[in-house]
Structure formats: C-alpha cells, structure tokens
Design a protein around this ligand. Sequence first.
Ligand SMILES: Nc1nc2c(ncn2[C@@H]2O[C@H](COP(=O)(O)OP(=O)(O)OP(=O)(O)O)[C@@H](O)[C@H]2O)c(=O)[nH]1
Length: 330
Amino acid sequence: MATPSLIPTVVISGFLGSGKTTLLLALLHHMRSLGRKAAVLMNEFGDISIDGEILRGEGFSVMELSDGCICCQIGEDFVQAFTEVASRNPEIIFVEATGLADPVDLLDQATAPHLLDRVTIAKMVTVADPKNFTRLSKVLKAIVKRQTQFADVVVISKADEATPKQIADIRAYVEENNPHAPVYLVTNGQVAGDEEFRWLLADVEPAERERRRAAMRASLEALSEADYKAHTDFHSMSCRLLRPLVRSRFEHFMRNLPSDIIRAKGFLRFAGEDGLWVMMYVNGDLYIRPVTLSPSPEEHLVFIGATLDHARLASDLTACEAQRRALAVL
Ligand SMILES: Nc1nc2c(ncn2[C@@H]2O[C@H](COP(=O)(O)OP(=O)(O)OP(=O)(O)O)[C@@H](O)[C@H]2O)c(=O)[nH]1
C-alpha cells in the first residue's frame, strides 16, 4: 500500500495582536483563488473566539482550540484536533498559535508519533509587530526570543505604519538570534510584489530544513531553566454584551484601559448605529470597523493582560451601555 504523502503545515506564531490572523486571511484567500484546499487550526487565548468567527464569516473552515494555549495547557487536545484536521485531507494546513505560544512546545506537540506520518511542519513563521517589538523583546524576553529563534521566516507586519528605525531594530534582533531566517516586510498579509506568496509557500530543500531544525535544537539545548515557561502570567476575561454601547463612552473607556491590558478584541453594536462592529486593541492602538459576518456572531469582548480587574472592567463596560443592565461576565 502506498504511503500517503505528508500534508505540509505552516505554523504562524507571533505576539498578541502582531498580525497573525491578517496574514492567515490573506493566505486563505490566495489558496481559494487557486482552488486549493486549505484547513486551519486556530488557538486563541481566551474562552471566546473572535478570529475564528472572522474566518468563518469569510467562508473558511476552521477548527478552534480556545481557553488555553496550545503549547502548555491543551497539549493533548491540540494533537487530537490536529489529527482531525489532517483527516480531512487538505492540501495544506495552517496553524495559528496564540500570541503567547512557545514554538518549542508547539513543535513538540506537532511531531507527536501519530501525527508524524500524516503531517510535516513545512514552515514556522513568526510575525513581529514593529510598534511593539522592541518593548516586548525586553518585557517578554524569553517568549519573543524563542519565537524568533524557532522561525524559518520572520515577518515584519504593519509595514505601512513602521518607521525605518523600527524595521532596522527587528532586523538587528533577528540577525543576532536567528541569522539564517529571511525577513520580509508585510502589509495586510502581503509582501509587495509577491502575490503568489512564494516567500512563504515555496518548498524548502529537505537538507536546508534539517539544517535549520538542527540550529533550533541547538538553541533549545542552550535555554536555561529560567527562560522556560515564560507566559503563564497572562489572563483573559470575556464578557457577552447584552445591550448596544454608546460609542463615545466605549471609545473613552478603551483609550483609558490600564496599561497592563495588552490586547482586546470583540464584536459589538453601537446605540443608534446599524450593523455589527469589530473592535481590535493592541497595546494602546484602537481600531473599530464595521463587519458583516454570516452567521452574525454574538456580541462579546475579550481582554488579555498580565493582571485584570474583572469587577472594574465589567462595571466600566456596563457604564458604556445605552440602557444600563448587568453584563454577563463569562
Ligand atoms: N496598519 C496595519 N494594521 C494591521 C496590519 N496587519 C494587521 N493589522 C491590524 O492589527 C490588529 C491585530 O491584527 P491581527 O491579525 O488580529 O493580529 P493577531 O496576531 O492575529 O492577534 P491575536 O490573535 O490576538 O494574537 C488588527 O486591528 C489588524 O487590522 C497591517 O499590515 N497594517
């Protein structure tokens, strides 16, 4: 009996809000335009899916693992979900890890014995947000370093907003930590002049891949115990919105979030305005834009941070409601 060929898998990592889902969406649209069957395994930090809803709303099929991080809390579930995704026989699998995932553990899970004869990790991509990278590489030293060291390709996202200094700093960091990794500038998931995504989808020579993996193993052996388990200090809070919010109050609330909330996202409605809106917040930057998804998701918000004052957030959000009523904090 012929051995089935291995399904190439691209793993996308990068810190919270760096642009992973934006890249994934661009890739999925590209695959669709070629008529190629892609499958997605997505892991969000927090117990409510936002990115999964966005992908599904665009007609893509997604398997999700929420409320935990692939690399440490839901290892077995990840292996099971990965196996299930592979059993659908896609031509390619994309795995989007939570922004806190450790690529070392992820590689470990993805090479579990019964996955090894179905899938192969073709590329590990790390997305770096130029606005936050330098700060994060100091605050979250271990995780940012490992996401860089264990990348086959590093993407500098949001190139449309990046300054030359921010780009140069990331390049210098990659040069120091993973000199073999090519670095690409990406705007909304696209490298200028490469609509075919050759930078990401082109095959890597097996010998070259093995050389990179060997370099990764060497980096792994050099890790100190203290560097390990870098991200257990992050928490999430999800809440379902029972009423439309007053836009001005909500924007004021979001622009004054405590600084240890690093990421927030969700779907909501505004009093007196039609339609559904998606809110994205990354380290002080707030984006709110209209969105049409079918089926329309429930209105809910997720906040992620080192410390979260649940009661305070809930009461501040309640104060944003057009008609006051208790929020369902999940
Ligand atoms: N200006 C600009 N904004 C971008 C670009 N890529 C992503 N963004 C914005 O950055 C925010 C976060 O992007 P996502 O793709 O959701 O980031 P993520 O890494 O998937 O986020 P998590 O899943 O929470 O870790 C969103 O508001 C995006 O619209 C880009 O190339 N340029």
